[in-house]
Design a binder for this molecule. Sequence first.
Ligand code: HEC
Ligand code: HEC
Ligand code: HEC
Length: 381
Amino acid sequence: MRLLIVALLVLSALRSHASASDATLQPGDSDRGRQIVLTRDKGDCVICHAMPLPGRESHGTIGPPLDGVGARYNANDLRARVSDPKAFNSESIMPAYVRVTGLHRVLKSYRGKPILTAQELEDVVAYLLTLKEPPPASAAPTPALTTETNPRSGYDFLSPENQQLQNDEFANPGMLWAEKGRALWNAIDGPAKKSCASCHHEAAHRMRGVRARYPQFDPRRKKLISLEQRINQCRAIRMRTRPYPHESEALLALTTFVGLPSRGMPVNVRVDGPARPFFEAGREFFFRRRGQLDLACAQCHENNAGQRLRGEVVSQGQSNGFPIYRHLWQTLGSVQRMFQWCNTAVLAEPLPYGADEYVNLELYLAWRGQGLPVETPAVRR
Ligand code: HEC
Ligand code: HEC
Ligand code: HEC
């Protein structure tokens, strides 16, 4: 079966290659090409490259400005650079626009389909050939903000309005979940007729510092346990009742409430001893390329933190704020919801909530931001 799929992929790749020299292929049209580089689900080149097109100030800065490429390269060079940039730089962050093989966990609906058709590639090349003028002097490169030099919370990348919203405990929308969490903390549930408070009493005192040291190794499971899973473990074992579903309002509310007393405390996870192999697996996940866009977490959040991805400045992808209230979602979300979002953004199949791979990734991310203050519940764009 797998062989058959590979054979089909190769065949379809050959076919799209063959059609590039097909007589039906029309000469590139630079107006259509100009449209493609601006279109979100097509080229969307301006997400990474500034070009002499409207809205230049919100074009990305991850790649160099494309002004002047039409003077530096001929049509063949440009075709090759857009079809498969990794042929020139194996570490390139630029997606291969025509290649469909050698990719990891591509979203099902995108498998085997190149982002640009042969005709669209011709159109883009025709447009690029019109770019003869060098970039304006204002397009100087922005330095990257890697975690090695300085871990920075997502808070530092927010507008002053959003920072204020996060700081103000009456206005911060995440506090609504914390309030619901307080009610659940005190509510008796299950045949053991216990509430969280029956055993743990005051969360402000007993849960202080807990959020800062999760995930951690759990001898019972012989693997890592996230804070959400820890809460559910108490429900199952101590209260003998059913666990809350991942991403349910109840679990988000209790996670926020349990995290609140750690606000301002430094993230401090253990990655030695039995946690080590899980930490290593999380690190590997972070550097693994995936999806149709063939991008690793590190390529956005490590190598390009501080750069503009379209209008948005990319942060270091730190986890000290979760659960976060995200304006884009108009609700609270866990760090694993963010993982699914970032996976899907590169057209990769996300993993299910609670997957071991995601918990390992949580530990690696927490360690990257070791020492950053817990901001639960943070506000993000
Ligand atoms: C995810 C970011 C990203 C996207 C999206 C992207 N590029 Fe790139 N591109 C880069 C980077 C980074 C480079 C610098 C060379 C390298 O690292 O491969 C580059 C290099 C280039 C170059 C060579 C420039 C030079 O001066 O040598 C061309 C041409 C180019 N890209 C065209 C495009 C076109 C056309 C699109 C859209 C169809 C596109 N790129 C989309 C990141 C991107
Ligand atoms: C194509 C670039 C890109 C890739 C690849 C990517 N992300 Fe993101 N990520 C974003 C953007 C954009 C945001 C929202 C703005 C921001 O915080 O940078 C974001 C936000 C985040 C945040 C929230 C940060 C905060 O302060 O709340 C985390 C955590 C995160 N990403 C983790 C990951 C992980 C883990 C991976 C790999 C599985 C990954 N990202 C891959 C672009 C990316
Ligand atoms: C019957 C008593 C009991 C109940 C009820 C209970 N827990 Fe626990 N909980 C414990 C004990 C004992 C531990 C520590 C020992 C262990 O299980 O590992 C613990 C540990 C925890 C921890 C980890 C603390 C740490 O320092 O790592 C969290 C978080 C937690 N409980 C949350 C909750 C929440 C939330 C509820 C309600 C949904 C709850 N617990 C209900 C007894 C209980």
